[in-house]
Design a protein around this ligand. Structure first.
Ligand code: ZN
Ligand code: ZN
Length: 104
C-alpha cells in the first residue's frame, strides 16, 4: 500500500511588479513566498504553513536577503584588518591570530 500524501512546498509569486535587484541592477526580482501544503496524489488540499515573503532575483537566482548577507559579511571582513600584518580579523577577535598584535 502506497499512499501519496505528504507535505510539499509550493512557491507563490506575490507581486507581479518586478523590483530592482540590488546586485545585478535589473528589475527582475519578485516577491515570493513558500507555503507548505498538505497534498494528496500531488494535489494540494490544505495550506499548513505560510512562509515569509522574500525577494528572489530571476537573473541571479538568489534571494536578495542572501545576497545582502553576503555583502554584509564581506564588508565587515574588509573593515577589520590587522594593522600589523593586514590580515582580515573576525569581529570578536581582540588580538590578531596571525601576528599577535592588538586588534584595531
Ligand atoms: Zn539580480
Ligand atoms: Zn596581524
Amino acid at each position: 500500500m502506497f499512499l501519496l500524501a505528504g507535505i510539499s512546498p509550493r512557491t507563490k509569486v506575490l507581486d507581479q511588479n518586478p523590483q530592482l535587484c540590488p546586485v545585478c541592477g535589473l528589475a527582475r526580482a519578485y516577491y515570493r513566498r513558500v507555503d507548505h501544503y498538505l497534498s494528496l496524489f500531488f494535489i494540494p488540499i490544505l495550506r499548513v504553513k505560510t512562509g515569509e515573503p522574500f525577494l528572489l532575483c530571476e537573473t541571479c537566482e538568489k534571494t536578495v536577503s542572501e545576497m545582502k548577507a553576503d555583502y554584509r559579511s564581506e564588508s565587515s571582513r574588509v573593515l577589520r584588518r590587522c594593522k600589523m600584518c593586514g590580515k582580515g580579523l573576525e569581529p570578536e577577535f581582540k588580538y590578531c591570530p596571525f601576528c599577535g598584535a592588538l586588534a584595531p
